[in-house]
Write a protein that binds this ligand. Sequence first.
Ligand code: PLP
Length: 387
Amino acid sequence: MHDKDQAFATKAVHAGTEPEPITGAIMTPVFMTSTYVQKAPAEHTGYEYSRTGNPTRRALAKALAALENADHGLCFASGMSATDTVLRTLKSGDHVIAGNDLYGGTYRLFTKVYQRFGLTFSFVDCTDLEALENAFQDNTKLLWLESPTNPLLRITDIKAAAALAKKRDVLLAVDNTFATPALQQPLDLGADIVVHSTTKYLGGHSDVVGGAVLTRSQKIFDELAYLQNAVGAVPGPMDCFLVLRGLKTLSLRMERHCANAKRVATFLAEHPKVDRVYYPGLESHPNHEIAAKQMNDFGGMVSFELKGTVEQGKVFCTKTKLFQLAESLGGVESLIEHPPTMTHGAIEPEVRRAAGLADGLIRLSVGVEDCDDLIADLTAAFEACFA
Ligand SMILES: *Cc1c(COP(=O)(O)O)cnc(C)c1O
């Protein structure tokens, strides 16, 4: 059976992993080595030095490429270094369009680092295709999308955005961290580049920081591989092993994340102390229709606004017990956070509010625990917060 014909859950277990040739070890070994012995000068096995290449890292890159229906993959030391390397393909004077509801660290990298090097950025609501179309300039080189966005879980029609970009020879990069390839495959929708923070669902166990870039283009891959070797933001082999192990249960975990999140979102939507719930799986979500079209399911992230004051929002985050107060997302355990003061603290308050990010917003990363326990935990927090 050709790998490409396999279902996602099968690929998640097997892609990129071959029995190790010497011992038959079923798990890819952790190749803890910086260099590789050569038979004669420049006569080597394909590995020369571990910044350039490492077998554990290569196995992970192959697995991720298979899951995203890509032909090439590169693994990075973090999601941010993956993003950084894509940005390094640009030059001073180039223009980038990005969503206005971005991961806080991505917004910081664009505005605080790359603006200094002469790149310019327009941040637009990419769910509004007319606004997106109007944002293109003669010097636009890259369109950077997140869908679902973080933390408002807005959905952009990736196919339509890809068509707008293609018409102008602009590359489309999609940060697929929130959806994961289990729910959405942006390259199939016309994207040129997929970026991941493997720290989140792909690793899945809150025990590693990593990133990846996937593409079908040999040209883009060659350029990024050159930059990765030149700049050096590579992950260690143990980190790659952990992500590779996480991938094997990605399909299973996403099923439970999605089922739990849907129940939690429905519970919150019916709760008298909640003003608004942001979850693309709810029919009330403004982008529900396009989410249902381009995603297999709606993900494990839920955001909501509490009725009451900003202070009550912050108090609520300290009253849950199973939902632990922490940044990050996508691990097996449920997390709760307050984006305005935590993950999105790097965004100026005016910019944040203009993008629709209310001061009292709470974001949940719904884990894979028993959902009755999760709902009991939230119920107790409402009681403690509004006592
Ligand atoms: C976490 C995250 C990143 C950054 O990844 P790191 O691994 O923390 O560097 C980028 N994009 C999204 C959507 C994220 O959630």
